[in-house]
Design a protein around this ligand. Structure first.
Ligand code: HEC
Ligand code: HEC
Ligand code: HEC
Ligand code: HEC
Ligand code: HEC
Ligand code: HEC
Length: 262
């Protein structure tokens, strides 16, 4: 990037504190999802072809109960929409959604044969059918600490204050692992003069992500071995593998660029 442009972005960010404007200076894409849609994944590898409505998986209804690690490592869901390839047989065999949606941990998908009702199927196969989602979201968000973008929930605060209690283990599925020692915080340089550096907390990330969600796939195992730019992050890589999709939005520059550099 032209360094002059970088500086003007940085100054704009610092002076005005408005981030949405500066984000547009980078190549940001598509419309901003509504707070109740942020983190939604439509799963439709097979559904429409079998005359079922596509599945809408909502992160906000799940991430307040379970760690990212539990689903994305122990249960094997891909961190990329559409990649897992879940089949209804898998669910019935206790895999993927069925690891929880078994009538014990969470509701199960059962067709009521006599009435031919597909009500419980529709709860997951819900694209275009979820009429009261806005109201459910409004009820849900009441009482949570708020943030400016994304779901408008400050998830870190919600967890730290005990409002959210995360399960990181499912009986019969998760295995006990050795706890690894916690590395120190990283101060990551923003390679543009005047742009505040980024303080990255291993401890706060590990609460949700464990270690395996980031190492070795997203970030290498040696300090400084991974080189990337802000544009990469906006494109969904590195920090952007989570931020801007499920974790807080990349529009909130100040949540990452916190460290004043003189
Ligand atoms: C807990 C959530 C959930 C419930 C409840 C559920 N499903 Fe699914 N189902 C899924 C997911 C996820 C997929 C994969 C979606 C895709 O990629 O198309 C799927 C896929 C399917 C498919 C296409 C794939 C295949 O295996 O043929 C059919 C048919 C299907 N479901 C039928 C049903 C029926 C009938 C019910 C109610 C008895 C039901 N589902 C209830 C989550 C659910
Ligand atoms: C209850 C299980 C569950 C939890 C908890 C969960 N996820 Fe997911 N996540 C999924 C599923 C299911 C998908 C869709 C996978 C697919 O389509 O193949 C997904 C997809 C994603 C994607 C890809 C989205 C896209 O648009 O491509 C990202 C990024 C992601 N999750 C991050 C997270 C983060 C970060 C957390 C914790 C804050 C988290 N997930 C918690 C189940 C979960
Ligand atoms: C780690 C456990 C877990 C996994 C895995 C999981 N869920 Fe859930 N889910 C829950 C719990 C707990 C609830 C809330 C309790 C209830 O409604 O029974 C819930 C609620 C829901 C709801 C109702 C709230 C909403 O989001 O509208 C839907 C729909 C749903 N899940 C779909 C899915 C789909 C689709 C998958 C797989 C792609 C999935 N879930 C995977 C535990 C899980
Ligand atoms: C959200 C992503 C993320 C998670 C989760 C995460 N890390 Fe890291 N880790 C990073 C980043 C980013 C760096 C810095 C990489 C660089 O400098 O190239 C890093 C660096 C490291 C380093 C090198 C540090 C140094 O100073 O040499 C070690 C060791 C490490 N992580 C271990 C862990 C362990 C153990 C866990 C779990 C407790 C963990 N990481 C969880 C993103 C993560
Ligand atoms: C594997 C997913 C993932 C990746 C990759 C990731 N984060 Fe996060 N990050 C999260 C989640 C989840 C939270 C909790 C808050 C939320 O969901 O909004 C979080 C919180 C944060 C916070 C607030 C906590 C704190 O440290 O003060 C900062 C800042 C942050 N991330 C910066 C980064 C940076 C910088 C990178 C890249 C070097 C990065 N994150 C990579 C998932 C991720
Ligand atoms: C999820 C955390 C995160 C958020 C949110 C974020 N950044 Fe960054 N940013 C980074 C990281 C990490 C780097 C350092 C990349 C590297 O190693 O050079 C960076 C680097 C930069 C740089 C240095 C030049 C470059 O392209 O790498 C600029 C300028 C920048 N960011 C601007 C912004 C602006 C403007 C916003 C808000 C619209 C923003 N950032 C939001 C994490 C973030």
């Amino acid at each position: 990037m032209d360094p002059k442009r970088g500086v003007s972005i940085a100054l704009l960010l610092l002076a005005v504190g408005v981030s949405a404007v500066s984000a547009q200076t980078f190549g940001q894409k598509k419309r901003t999802p509504k707070p109740y849609e942020y983190g939604d994944v439509v799963m439709n590898n097979f559904s429409a072809a079998k005359n079922m409505a596509p599945v809408v998986f909502k992160h906000w209804t799940h991430r307040g109960r379970y760690t990212c690690r539990l689903c994305h490592i122990d249960l094997g869901f891909a961190m990329q929409a559409g990649v897992t390839g879940v089949k209804e047989d898998d669910n019935a065999n206790g895999l993927y959604c069925g690891a929880c949606h078994n009538g014990k941990e969470a509701f199960a998908g059962k067709a009521k044969l006599l009435s031919r009702s597909t009500e419980s199927c529709d709860r997951c196969h819900s694209l275009g059918k979820d009429k009261d989602v806005e109201k459910r979201f409004a009820d849900f968000i009441r009482g949570y600490p708020t943030s400016r973008f994304g779901n408008k929930v400050d998830w870190l605060k919600a967890e730290a204050s005990g409002l959210v209690k995360l399960k990181d283990h499912l009986e019969g599925i998760s295995i006990k692992r050795k706890t690894l020692s916690m590395p120190a915080n990283e101060q990551i340089k923003a390679a543009v003069k005047g742009m505040p550096d980024i303080m990255f907390s291993h401890e706060k990330h590990a609460v949700w992500n464990g270690c395996e969600l980031c190492h070795p796939e997203i970030f290498g195992v040696k300090k400084g071995s991974t080189v990337y730019s802000m544009q990469d992050i906006f494109d969904g890589k590195f920090c952007g593998a989570c931020h801007g999709r499920v974790a807080f939005s990349n529009l909130d520059c100040q949540l990452c660029h916190t460290k004043e550099v003189m």
